[in-house]
Design a binder for this molecule. Structure first.
Ligand code: GTP
Ligand code: MG
Length: 201
């Protein structure tokens, strides 16, 4: 897929106020600072479409973008950011959860995982929660440019091993670097295929 147009549509904290669920949708989520907004900009070849920052907690709303006028891409706030207050954390968790559980046109959640570090409890718990709620997801490893290949594959394998302990089948995995523009074609191909399924629903 070639991305011809990518436009911001709306930001909010209420799934009921999201755009009408008439197009297939893909949501990008993961721990704060994992590289969600950077990956979105890399996929769309836009420098600053999704706001990025070296400080965690930059994205705080459900942000809808419309791509090629035929699918939605959603940038979500990160989870697990220790510095926000408990109240704010609970509020975020609740609107993200409402969005994930209730959004009818959500084709797949792209769970971003930082390849610089071994498997984290919070990510494994989040993926278990998606599974329990029958929400389809894939694993997208980010920042693969950062460490040596050997260290990156050790970290990725630690996720796969842990997931393998309680999942019969591993979700599909993608390996990306927003910096080096890696993994773009694979992700866009996956989205193209899923979009075709939406048309057949
Ligand atoms: P929140 O919105 O705060 O949850 O963060 P986010 O997950 O959207 O992360 P963001 O895209 O803002 O990136 C966080 C930091 O990681 C920024 O300083 C980016 O420049 C850096 N970063 C993101 N992707 C990559 C990558 O592929 N390689 C490298 N080296 N750095 C990256
Ligand atoms: Mg962000």
């Amino acid at each position: 897929m070639e991305i011809k147009t990518a436009q911001f549509v709306i930001s909010n904290t209420d799934v009921a106020k999201c755009p009408p669920p008439t197009l297939p949708e893909f949501a990008f989520i993961g721990r704060s600072n994992v590289g969600k907004s950077s990956l979105i900009n890399m996929l769309c070849e836009r420098k600053d479409m999704a706001k990025t920052s070296s400080k965690p907690g930059k994205t705080q709303l459900i942000n809808h973008f419309i791509i090629n006028k035929n699918w939605y891409l959603v940038d979500l706030p990160g989870y697990g950011y220790a510095k926000v207050s408990k109240d704010l954390k609970e509020k975020w968790n609740s609107f993200i959860e409402q969005y994930l559980v209730n959004r009818q046109n959500l084709m797949c959640v792209m769970v971003l995982l930082d390849s610089r570090i071994p498997q984290q409890k919070i990510d494994l718990e989040f993926m278990d929660w998606l599974g329990e709620n029958e929400i389809p997801f894939v694993m997208v490893f980010t920042k693969i440019d950062k460490l040596s290949k050997l260290k990156i594959s050790a970290n990725i394998n630690s996720y796969k091993n842990e997931m393998g302990k309680h999942w019969d089948e591993l979700p599909q995995c993608f390996y990306t670097s927003a910096e080096k523009k890696e993994g773009k074609d694979e992700l866009l191909q996956f989205i193209t295929k899923a979009n075709k399924l939406f048309k057949n629903l």
